[in-house]
Design a protein around this ligand. Structure first.
Ligand code: PLP
Length: 349
């Protein structure tokens, strides 16, 4: 057996004739554009916003490719990673027939997206040290398993998955392997985006929402073979990334230095916060983190959550999530915010 993309794509997607927009049908230079029913007079904003945006976001991808070292043809942009997840499931999973594998505790959107698309979810729990249960995954894979979603660094546990384990899955599973690297910039581990040539079944997801500080833009990234990118482009909404998001992403990508500075500060603050919180008797354990948050086990998870909330501090209550019992997921804040969090937690009886 080997990887065969044609075999994985849903029949209706293979047959699909994609929507052909005005921007698809005419791409050249012209003096007068009367092909897309736009408002020819302009807009209340700047004069460009009356026009539909580039459906393939070429300028954004070109700039991103310089930063990330991945070719434009291997890049897909989604309205958040959440759109990438949905599009992958819709491209490969036949509702009611096919399934995906996820490894909880992990990001909730894989399950939600599969549920919306009526695609079965097989769950193979992480081991107690939050690593992949390889025998469990092998056992869970069947003839209808189309996608395995791996999240590294993982949300909400914060750790990176072992590279060798991910490699084993990429080598031995002939469906799509998605590695969600939303938090990769906070990690010492290397991205898989440089391994696209080795693995035709690999999709690496990243996002502008975390390290880039642009969650409001809704801009998610998928890196994959040109064949997989082609399938994703075929089924995406024609204008899935608005012009405002494209303009602002282009502008933000001129500020890589500033982003790197923020990453440095957040990683530093993460370790300061870890060190401080470990002084508190109420804190039982803090798990290693390669992300911009800490998974903190406290004596009374729900109690602490409510206690903080009353003091105007909201964290993520993961205390009833399997393998995270009693845990709060705490995003690293500014230095001042972290001090306030510490002071509040120190008051908890
Ligand atoms: C935050 C996060 C994302 C980002 O999703 P966007 O839709 O791009 O904002 C993706 N994956 C994981 C695991 C996350 O925690």
């Amino acid at each position: 057996m080997s990887f065969d993309l044609e075999n994985l794509i849903r029949e209706n997607v293979k047959r699909l004739v994609p929507y052909s927009s005005a921007r698809d049908e005419f791409k050249g230079e012209a003096k007068i554009f009367l092909d897309a029913n736009e408002n020819s007079l302009g807009s209340p904003l700047t004069k460009w916003y009356n026009r539909y945006p580039d459906p393939l976001q070429l300028k954004v991808k070109e700039k991103l490719s310089v930063i990330k070292g991945v070719a434009v043809e291997n890049t897909f942009l989604g309205n958040g990673s959440d759109e990438c997840i949905d599009i992958l499931i819709r491209a490969f999973c036949e509702p009611k027939e096919d399934n995906i594998i996820i490894c909880p505790p992990t990001y909730g959107m894989y399950q939600v997206s599969a549920d919306i698309n009526d695609v079965r979810v097989k769950k193979v729990k992480l081991t107690p040290d939050f690593q992949l249960d390889l025998p469990g995954i092998e056992e869970a894979i069947d003839g209808n398993t189309k996608i395995i979603f791996l999240c590294s660094p993982n949300n909400p546990t914060g750790n990176s998955l072992r590279r060798e384990d991910i490699g084993l899955i990429l080598d031995n599973f002939f469906g799509i392997v998605v590695i969600d690297e939303a938090y990769i910039n906070f990690s010492r581990t290397k991205t898989f985006s440089s391994s696209l040539v080795d693995y035709p079944n690999l999709v690496v997801m990243q996002t502008f929402s975390k390290a880039w500080g642009l969650a409001a833009l809704r801009l998610g990234i998928s890196f994959a073979s040109r064949e997989i990118i082609h399938v994703m482009n075929k089924i995406k909404p024609p204008y899935n990334i608005g012009q405002a998001s494209q303009d602002l992403a282009l502008k933000a990508m001129d500020e890589v230095e500033q982003v790197n500075d923020m990453i440095r500060v957040l990683v530093e603050q993460r370790e300061v916060l870890r060190h401080e919180l470990l002084q508190l008797p109420v804190v039982e354990k803090i798990f290693p983190s390669d992300a911009n948050f800490l998974l903190v086990k406290v004596k009374d998870g729900k109690g602490m959550y409510d206690f903080l909330l009353v003091r105007g501090i909201v964290v993520r209550d993961r205390s009833r999530v399997e393998l995270c019992e009693g845990c709060l997921r705490i995003t690293v804040g500014t230095e001042a915010e972290n001090v306030q969090l510490f002071n509040a937690m120190a008051e908890f009886k």
